[in-house]
Ligand binder design. Structure first.
Ligand SMILES: [Zn+2]
Length: 144
C-alpha cells in the first residue's frame, strides 16, 4: 500500500480536527487537492459515512481513506487519458457524486443527497451508513 508513512499523521489530523469526514476532505488546510466530487467519491469508496466524525476513524479509517483517494484519482486519470478533450466534473466516472436517485454501482441501493448552499453530499446508505438514510436538509433543516 502506498503512503503508509503518512497514515499516522493523517490519523492524528483526524483526531485533532473532530469534524465530519466530508468536511475534512474538502478542507484544503487538512488535506490538499480534493474537491467536492472527490470528497463524495472517497467516502463512498472507503465505505465510510460522509458525516462520520474524524475523531472516530483512527488508523484504520486513515488507511481506508488513503486507499480510496488513490483509487478515485487513478480512475479519474485513466478516464481523462481516454478522452480527446478535457471532461467536466459532472462527466467523470464515479459511484455517487451527482448521482442522487440512481442505483449505487456497488450494491444497487439508491444514492442519496444532502444539499448545502455550495455543495451536495452524496452517499449510499447500504455502503456507507449501515442502511441509515440521513435527513435530507432540503426538507429538514436539522441534520445530524
Ligand atoms: Zn452502495
Amino acid at each position: 500500500m502506498p503512503d503508509t508513512e503518512f497514515l499516522p499523521e493523517l490519523a492524528e489530523r483526524f483526531a485533532a480536527k473532530g469534524v465530519r469526514l466530508h468536511s475534512f476532505l474538502r478542507d484544503q488546510g487538512a488535506i490538499a487537492g480534493l474537491g467536492r466530487r472527490l470528497a463524495n467519491e472517497v467516502c463512498h469508496r472507503a465505505k465510510l459515512s460522509p458525516f462520520a466524525s474524524t475523531k472516530s476513524l483512527g488508523i484504520d479509517g486513515a488507511k481506508k481513506v488513503v486507499a480510496a483517494i488513490h483509487e478515485a484519482i487513478d480512475e479519474g486519470l485513466a478516464y481523462e487519458r481516454g478522452r480527446p478533450d478535457m471532461s467536466s466534473s459532472a462527466d467523470r466516472p464515479g459511484g455517487v457524486h451527482h448521482r442522487a436517485g440512481q442505483p449505487c454501482p456497488v450494491c444497487g441501493d439508491t444514492v442519496r443527497e444532502v444539499s448545502y448552499a455550495k455543495y451536495s453530499v452524496n452517499y449510499c446508505p447500504t455502503c456507507q451508513t449501515n442502511g441509515k438514510v440521513l435527513a435530507d436538509n432540503t426538507t429538514s433543516k436539522f441534520l445530524k
